[in-house]
Each structure stands twice: as C-alpha cells, then as structure tokens.
Design a protein around this ligand. Structure first.
Ligand code: PLP
Length: 378
C-alpha cells in the first residue's frame, strides 16, 4: 500500500467545496459587502424565489434556522399547552424540542425498521391512545424526511385528514430529494428547511426556510419572523421572534444553489458505489419506493452494538470517519424521557444500537469511496 492510502477521508469537506465554488461565492459575498443591507437584503428575497421555484411551492419564507422554522410554523397554528404533537422518536432533537418550548407535548411514534421513516400504522395507534387517555388534544403531525429520504407522505396526509390534524414536514435533511418524480417541499401544509452547514444545501452558519402554498400562512410566518410586526415596522400585532435569515447566508446559499443539482447527482453516485460494494456485507440503506434521496446521511446497519462499535474503531484506525445518528432515540434522552408516556418504541431503540453513517458528500472521489468500502469489508 502506498502512503496516500492512509490519508484521512473527510466526513464533510466544506473547504474543498469552497475551492470549487470560489468565484461565484466571492461575487455573491462582495455584492453584499457593497450594498451593506445585512438584514433582509435583496439576496433573501432572491433566494426565497429560487427555493420556491425549485419545489413548485407558492411561497418561501427565509428564517434563522431549521429549528426556528419549526417554531414559527407551530406558533402560527397556535400550538401550545395541552396539545399533542406526533413525531418520530428516531430523529434530530429539534423536532421534539420545539413543541416542548411552546408548552405542547411531543408524542413519540416508532419508525419503519427498513426505511427508518415514521411508521403510519404506529402513528394511527398513538393517535387513538392519546384520544382514549383524554389528557391531550391531538393537534399536529410532524413528518420528518429522515437522512434525505421521504417520509410516507400519502399515508401521513390520509391520517391527518381523517383525524383533522395539522400536517407539517421537517425537510431539514431532504431538500433536493424527490418523491414520485416531484421535488419534496409541497407534501404537507408547511415544510421546514435547514441550512446548517452539514445539510445537503448548507450555508456558512445557521439558516432555514419555510415553504407553503398558503399565502395567508406565509404572511403570518413573515410577521412572526420579525417580532410579529404588522404593515408598518412599529406595529406589533402578535408575539413573534427575531427569526430572520441573514443576507450573508442567503448570498452563500445562492452561490451553492448553482452547483446543487450536480452535487445531488454526485451524492447519488457515491451511494450507488457504496451499495454495490457493501451489499452482502452489511445492510445498506433500503430505498423508499419511487423516490430519490438527497443523501444527507448514508446509514448502514450492523448486527448489534458490539459489531457496530468494533467497526467504528476499525474504520478510525484506517482514517475513515463515521458517525452515529442517533445514539439515543428521543424518548430516552434525559430532556424528554419525563415527557414520554411510556409507550414501547422497539424499532427506534434497536436502530440506535446498530446504525452507522459513512461519509457521503460531493467531494468524495471514487477512490475515497473504494477505500471506505474496503475498510468496512476488511
Ligand atoms: C438539522 C435538523 C433540524 C434543525 O435545523 P437547525 O437549522 O440546525 O436548527 C431539525 N430537524 C431535523 C430532522 C434536522 O436534521
């Protein structure tokens, strides 16, 4: 083996990406430095139009993070004390944190053992259980497109309609993905995006957006992101927050959007190379039918925790990074366990023991991917 065979592989390579997109990035940043409209400058509106057009949504509202996007959407629905918000137990903490911040109660739902997405039949039984207990009002469902693949949207829409629940999409990991040939972004009444640097479309700091086809809701989101303002700046109509997207972040995202389609294609090619090289050795990601993933995360499953942890150590020795999303399902987290009603969530608990994410990003070369495959097999 040559010495280059042990050069570290990056889990995420923002420096290499920056080099690749440097001319357009500098042009965009210099435009902001020239006009100095750092809050709600023209790049914010331009980005909102580009994102809405990308997924065919009527409205897009740029906000300060994916978490604030969730909060603004829930505030607009008046979600609060006594409300049950149904969401998967196997997701990032932000999905559960926001209902609690607003005084509502997250009701954790188990996920599908193959796709890791929220399990519609368990969701149905959780809604019935909350109704039977009579303590909380079922209010909303948050579908999460975990790891970049779509949640089961047709089923979630049917359940939300039957039960009269508000349906929202946490698309923080999946902007750029497709379901039935259409970009994700219009599957629910409101869709939230995150531009955290490690997401498929990431900025250079925090940022987020909300997509909707409903102009009245969009107007409410715009008011809420700026302290609940009315038609003039010092008219305060409602309790809001400081939840705006920075102009500089919008400029970075506009620069990155120019190569986003190519990056998605590259992520897809990396995933295909992993699939081919790892099949039969570990469980590779099961694709959601009729969809295209944005490949925020490429997660394999091992036999048990011991095998997973041993593999992670072996990879580290070969300078191959890996990560565990998520080491604990949310109902087991210290912050949330007291809010959990005790329902069994065996799939989420099992996945947390056996899952491992391999590097997936557009800057990986075929040789890098081959090295990761050899290290996993080895
Ligand atoms: C990243 C993420 C968020 C939060 O986004 P931030 O921009 O970091 O606030 C919410 N939900 C999911 C599923 C995420 O992965």
């Amino acid at each position: 083996m040559s010495s280059s065979d042990n050069r570290p592989i990056a889990f995420l390579d923002l420096a290499a990406q920056q080099k690749r997109i440097e001319p357009v990035l500098r042009q965009r940043l210099e435009a902001v430095l020239a006009h100095c409209r750092f809050v709600m400058g023209p790049e914010v509106g331009e980005l909102e139009e580009r994102l809405a057009a990308w997924c065919g949504a009527r409205e897009c509202v740029g906000v300060s993070s994916g978490t604030d996007a969730l909060q603004i959407v829930m505030m607009a629905e008046g979600i609060g004390r006594g409300d049950a918000v149904f969401l998967p137990a196997f997701t990032y903490t932000a999905t559960a944190e926001v209902p609690l911040v607003l005084g509502a109660t997250p009701v954790f739902v188990d996920v599908d053992p193959k796709t890791f997405q929220i399990d519609p039949s368990h969701l149905r039984s959780r809604i019935q259980a909350v109704k039977a207990a009579g303590k909380l009002r079922p209010k909303a469902i948050v579908g999460v497109d975990l790891f970049g693949q779509p949640a089961p949207w047709p089923e979630l829409r049917a359940i939300a309609a039957e039960e009269g629940l508000f349906l929202m999409a946490d698309c923080a990991q999946s902007f750029g993905a497709e379901l039935a040939g259409k970009p994700l972004g219009c599957e629910a009444t409101a869709t939230t995006l995150s531009f955290f640097p490690s997401k498929p479309l990431g900025g250079y700091g925090d940022g987020g957006a909300i997509l909707t086809d409903d102009p009245e809701r969009a107007a409410l989101y715009r008011s809420l992101r700026t302290h609940g303002e009315g038609t003039s700046r010092y008219e305060v109509l409602r309790t809001g927050m400081n939840g705006r997207l920075d102009t500089l972040q919008a400029a970075v995202l506009l620069a990155k959007l120019e190569s986003f389609k190519d990056e998605l294609a590259r992520r897809d090619a990396v995933a295909a190379q992993y699939d081919a090289g790892l099949a039969g050795c570990v469980q590779v990601p099961v694709r959601v039918a009729d969809s295209r993933s944005a490949w925020a995360i490429y997660a394999i499953l091992l036999k048990d925790a011991a095998e997973r942890d041993a593999l992670q150590t072996r990879l580290k020795d070969k300078s191959v990074p890996s990560a565990i999303y998520y080491p604990l399902p949310l109902h087991k987290q210290p912050a949330y366990r007291d809010h959990h009603d005790g329902a069994a969530l065996p799939v989420s608990e099992d996945l947390a023991q056996r899952i491992l994410a391999l590097p997936i990003h557009p800057e990986l070369t075929n040789e890098d991917v081959a090295r990761v495959i050899a290290a996993v097999r080895g």
